[in-house]
Design a protein around this ligand. Sequence first.
Ligand code: UD1
Ligand code: MG
Length: 466
Amino acid sequence: MSIGAVVLAAGQGTRMRSSLPKVLHPLAGRPMLGWVLDALAGAGVERTVVVIGHGSEAVREALPAGVGAAVQEPQIGTGHATQVGLAELDPACDTVVVACGDTPLLTADLIGRMLAVHREAGCAATMLTADVDDAGAYGRVVRAPDGTVARIVEARDASPEELALTEFNAALYVFDRAAVTAALAGLGRANAQGEVYLTDAIEGIDGAVEAVRVDDPEPAAGVNDRVDLAACEVVLQRRLREELMREGVTMPDPDAVYVAAGVRVGRDTVLHPGTHLRGGTVVGEGCEIGPDVVATDCSIGDGCTVISAHMVGARLGDGAQAGPFAYLRPGTVLEPGSRVGTYVELKNTVLGRGAKVPHLSYVGDACVGEGTNIGAGNITANYDGFRKHATTIGARVRTGSDCVFVAPVTVGDDAMTGAGSIITEDVPAGALGIARARQSVIEGFTEKAAARARAAAQDATGGEHR
Ligand code: UD1
Ligand code: MG
């Protein structure tokens, strides 16, 4: 059998109170819909069509390559949405998974299990159900006396007896395509919402209906508002952290670590509290990250130490160190064994092997050679008010404290600069560049100044003062 999927995502999501379509709200750094598409792909679904609403071009643009879209207009119910999706689905797909775009906790395992049950039972429909004491707004599963599923009744259409049922429809289905197409064709809109309900297809479908009744309702959770969104974030974070811990990552306080989907972390790395790994960040083995590190789209090698740092688009070679209180901006490359210290900002800068910028500095648009030590409080003046310019500092250079490098400027290998220098001209290799006013010394100044002060005070009191 060839398996396809229709993902229902045309609804308005009014309760999110957002200008962003509901299914695009991010969860662990990925749009909600992405989690559903990922679970489907992981379960071996070959073709997927997402049903989007009128005006949902943003959703269409967010779809990964190979995923189709079908526009449902007007949005008159989940049954109609399924018909619209099926019309766009590859005719070769004879088995169809129907899922909702707002159920981001679905897993590939669960979808795989549904497909296996469906295949073994050879039935017309397989649906996911679970039990909760109060099923709220969910559709209730009504079973026949023999225990088979008879129909689903929506909460708004249910009698008090039906509302008391604990088994609810989790809105994940596997259908025989021909059977569901026929069942949907016969549906009306005589219900409380005046909609074409996909759930009504269950009663009329030609063939057996199986229910996979799971003990844990968590994977079925749907997002309707931002409270639900936050609850799903908690679950996804827990899953991502547990996956990393099982792969050999230590987290002394897992609840205080946040990772985005797709982040990779090597064995024996410790993620301390307050660590946020975002975007496509990759961390190597044996690192100490945190406390208090935010890393977005960074690549961190093996054996690195990063404490209290904010890093975006930075690359740290093996054994590099950053922080505490470092800000590494895009284009920063710390070559192996180099170190950025306290209150230091780097941007578009390559710091050579073993080089150091230990204290209170800004280095931007620069290339610093290996083994060089940048003194405390150094600044690259890379911006002339109109354009950015480069600073090149060679290998094994020692710059004095409080130097400013007015770019474009080059300091040669093994050179030095004097403390407090404004370096505006190139310093050749091996030379000392010094650019500051000479100090004058006035001998006995303090005593002379004190004497003058005493004399002035005496004049002011008319000489009576002793
Ligand atoms: C639906 C089920 C209910 C189930 C619940 C689980 C129906 C009639 N009811 O109710 O039995 O317990 O999910 O969460 O199916 N959508 C469209 N087009 C439409 C209407 C909806 O694409 O015209 C999409 C929505 O974007 C959403 C999904 O279908 O992703 C479900 O729609 P929603 O209105 O949230 O249905 P529920 O009331 O939650
Ligand atoms: Mg819903």
